[in-house]
Design a protein around this ligand. Sequence first.
Ligand SMILES: Cc1cc2nc3c(=O)[nH]c(=O)nc-3n(C[C@H](O)[C@H](O)[C@H](O)COP(=O)(O)OP(=O)(O)OC[C@H]3O[C@@H](n4cnc5c(N)ncnc54)[C@H](O)[C@@H]3O)c2cc1C
Length: 398
Amino acid sequence: MVDFALPEEIEKIRDMTREFAQKELRPAAAELDLMQDPEAAYTSDTMRRVLSRAYEIGFHKMMLGRDIGGLGAPAMTSTIVQEELAVGDAGFASHLLVAPMIAGSAAAAKDRHPFYAEYLDAFVNDTKGEHGGAWAITEPQHGSDLFQFGQPSIHMEANAVRDGDDYVVNGQKSAFVSNGWMADAFLLMVHVGNGDGMESTATFAIPGDLPGMSRGKPLNKLGLRTLNQGEVFFDDVRIPAEFLVMPGGPAYKMLIERIVTGGNTAVGTLAVGVARAAYEEALAYAKERVQGDTVIFDHQVVKMTLFNAFRQIEAARALLWKSSWLLSTGKPHLPTAMAARTFASDMAMQVTADMIQVFGGYGISKENPVEKFYRDAKLLQIMDGTNEVVSLRAAEEL
Ligand SMILES: Cc1cc2nc3c(=O)[nH]c(=O)nc-3n(C[C@H](O)[C@H](O)[C@H](O)COP(=O)(O)OP(=O)(O)OC[C@H]3O[C@@H](n4cnc5c(N)ncnc54)[C@H](O)[C@@H]3O)c2cc1C
């Protein structure tokens, strides 16, 4: 039985998140977005204050099970919360989405190395926003290639070579690694062996301060400017074999597809949040701005533009809820996730552009928030695989 009514408990969580997003995330993001130097933004008191508040509430551990100290939110609840956070600011929402990346792996591997239990404990009890993970897979020469299977000559350049009880890792991950500049732990994917294509990518869950690891400058970019992204370098980094969580082989393809199915459902949800933020601002403006002796909302073409935005947002959300529901049943469906994500992010690009149009000339001004939403939306067509490449991958499953 399909039911769109939310239980009262989830409505309360949604309303609390909405208030937090409006009061804390939106104004902080507007301030940080205008800062020219990303390093200054990420080390600012504003950044620290907002992350502390978010961690105090527990947004960073929402999806982790209660048995390991998380809040145990089901996939649907997470989706609802992520949309609300993204209405406030999609950059902060992305940060909170990526942060638990290692804590989840640490829970599964906690008997294998003392680091995991210590990290998990620090993460779930963090009320200052000091701990967070990142997923480091893409490289300067291999972005979309992460979906290239069965081609022996295409593989990661960063590699791990077994040496006694350790692996020795050399190479670099790209400037796009979300949370890459601030993270204190990484899910790291590197090549093992000679040739054998992307399938020979091994996955390690590691501390972020191993000797020989270093970071580049945080990426200075178009949108999602509250999300820190940055390069990670590995120079003869010794990684104990206990940190290997997946050895490569057929497991690599399964792991990637699982990550991108969940990840892309989340990226699409962020896009719905960004589109909704722009729509809500434009609707309020259209009911106040007077031209031709009437509020512009009463001009049919403006009203239609707003209705079209509403229609697109509702359609995108419905697709995403279906993908979330499939995740919650333990049967993630890659084509549904990719359909939902590509539809939502293309929609957000169109809707944010249209909402600038509703604002007229005032829409391009940094005095108004809609130009930021337009810049944020663009990144969501590329994050976790470009819309083109994830669509091609999904099409193979039809
Ligand atoms: C906001 C954001 C967050 C990100 N977060 C992370 C992260 O946490 N960790 C991480 O490791 N990476 C992250 N990335 C990197 C992201 O996964 C890559 O940017 C993406 O996979 C594309 O790779 P690329 O940038 O190298 O572009 P390329 O792969 O060079 O693509 C360039 C163009 O060629 C097209 N193209 C490439 N290959 C094909 C093909 N086979 N068929 C058809 N067209 C093709 C693409 O669609 C694109 O238009 C993030 C990126 C963004 C924008």
